[in-house]
Design a protein around this ligand. Structure first.
Ligand code: ADP
Ligand code: MG
Length: 222
């Protein structure tokens, strides 16, 4: 039994003329510890797929299951806490809060769920250490480089030890050296934590480091 199952996802957007079918029956199954790179031309629906996989958007039809839970069956409130606890996101832009330190930014998903305890602060510190920012914990985003900001975003995505880590062109706004570092970091953390990682990427080099690669074309995985 797979831990993550996307089953026959269809996504249509309504337009004044005819519905636009962006996903036309996308299915994939992954177990804990597995990773998948999604490539495909701009506009092919990669972000749409990722958002549906992470329950940030809903499919027109089809289902998403994580650890045996059909996420389409959860009530809004339960879904929000399930997502916060089990799914981590890294976007192309870091989306850090400018007024918070690196450490505080990493703790946001913990704060969102309640209060921070010693163990979670310790976990956040460890993660920042793992991503090479041990001496930048009190820096605000403005005092960090682009690559460093994205490393904070990666640490934030991992702080609740998600089962599923989703990344949408995580290296898209970085130079090549930093892009490679972030790619390796994502894969290392994924492996260490036995997480499922799905990453959209434009980089053939990054995609080549993943166990599985699919291309989104005409609404289908090929
Ligand atoms: P990718 O990430 O592969 O570049 P996206 O998933 O962002 O592609 O978008 C796929 C297609 O769906 C695009 O043609 C886009 O214009 C369309 N699309 C995305 N969101 C919406 C929306 N909310 N309403 C209508 N069309 C949308
Ligand atoms: Mg996109």
């Amino acid at each position: 039994m797979s831990d993550f199952i996307a089953r026959d996802l269809v996504k249509e957007f309504q337009t004044p003329t005819q519905p636009l079918r962006i996903l036309d029956g996308v299915s994939v199954e992954l177990k804990r510890g597995e990773n998948l790179a999604v490539i495909g031309p701009s506009g092919s629906g990669k972000s749409t797929f990722l958002h549906i996989a992470g329950t940030l958007d809903t499919a027109t039809s089809g289902s998403i299951e994580l650890t045996g839970n059909d996420l389409g069956q959860l009530a809004e409130k339960d879904l929000a806490s399930f997502r916060n606890e089990n799914i981590g996101f890294v976007f192309q832009e870091h989306h850090l809060l400018p007024q918070l330190s690196a450490l505080e930014n990493v703790l946001i998903p913990i704060v969102a769920q309640g209060t921070t305890d010693k163990a979670s602060v310790e976990r956040a510190r460890e993660l920042l250490d793992q991503v090479g920012l041990a001496d930048r914990m009190t820096h605000r985003p403005a005092a960090l480089s682009g690559g460093e900001r994205q490393r904070v975003a990666v640490a934030r995505a991992m702080v609740r030890e998600p089962i599923l880590l989703l990344a949408d062109e995580p290296t898209g706004s970085l130079d090549q050296t930093n892009a490679e570092k972030i790619g390796e970091l994502l894969l290392n953390l994924q492996e260490q934590n036995n997480t499922i990682l799905i990453s959209v990427t434009h980089s053939a080099k990054l995609a080549g480091l993943f166990q599985n690669q699919v291309k989104l074309e005409n609404g289908k995985f090929v």
